[in-house]
Ligand binder design. Sequence first.
Ligand code: EAX
Length: 338
Amino acid sequence: MKHCTRRVRSLKVVLLAFVALFCCVPFVADAAPKFSLKLGHAVAEENAYHYGALKFKERVEAKTNGDVHIDVFPNNQLGTGERDLLEGLQLGTVDIYVGSTGPMGGFEKRFLLFDFPFLFKDKKHVYSVLDGEIGQHILSLLDAKGMRGLAWMENGFRNLTNAKRVINGVSDVKGLKIRTMENKVHMAMWRNLGVDPTPMAWSEVFTALQQGTIDGQENPIPVIYTSKLYEVQKHLTLTRHVFSPAMIVVAKAAFDSLPEEYRKIFEEAAQEAALYERSVCDKMENDFIDDLKENGMEVTTPDLAPFQEACKSVYEEFRGELGEDAKLLDQIIAAGKE
Ligand code: EAX
């Protein structure tokens, strides 16, 4: 028994030691994140941007073991539109932006490079440029604007919608009042087509269409569908007049506050999220046209040559805005002919 008693005693000692150790170790709840960042975008949660934003969040939080936490705010919750969100990056009210390059020309003129009408032939042409030297060069220009451009996402080829009339040719567009992004190259293009362009933040567009203060707008299929524009627009015209890139951009102050290993994680996660978002956006663009028809939109595919001819003068009018990067415009055009 003695033997047994000794064993019981040593078991008690072990148990007591364990209990003492457990009690003196402070109970560690889930460790609070060291970095909490706010990501904002201007569109609905059903839009591809939101999928891309959530993928970025998921990859960063996983790779940093929760040291970095990202809150995603869709539908302009952090600003009144994309220009406002981008200003938020500079003011520190927004840490991460997912959105189009539309207003970027107002921050860095050379971003207008991608806004020239009918510049890109197809998505293969688009990504040969965005994922090559030209795309990386343009993103790098953001450093001087208090931002760090991490990756190219996709908004898509822009198409015209309106409430007034079916568009079968370029002459049918004349006289329409069309909302454009706050982008002077887009506005010039629509003036060349005989349209009265009205620059407006995205957050105001649905109401303006509903009230009839504008006749139409232009956006990629995923934005048209996920913003339910079929409720206020009867006609969709597949003009594909500009390819609208999207970006994931971090406020430079927020990015520089991260340790080097986390900055690298941000860059890797942004690339992963961008490729994922492009695949989602591409599928939406193919799927949603039928959904728009089912929701009452009349879809036309006019001959685009007259539209392209009417917009040619925009190139001469604005290539000077690009400075020494005007040569990149020629390179992009040449790449489209290969
Ligand atoms: O980025 O403002 C626009 O038309 C944009 O395409 C939209 O907000 C998605």
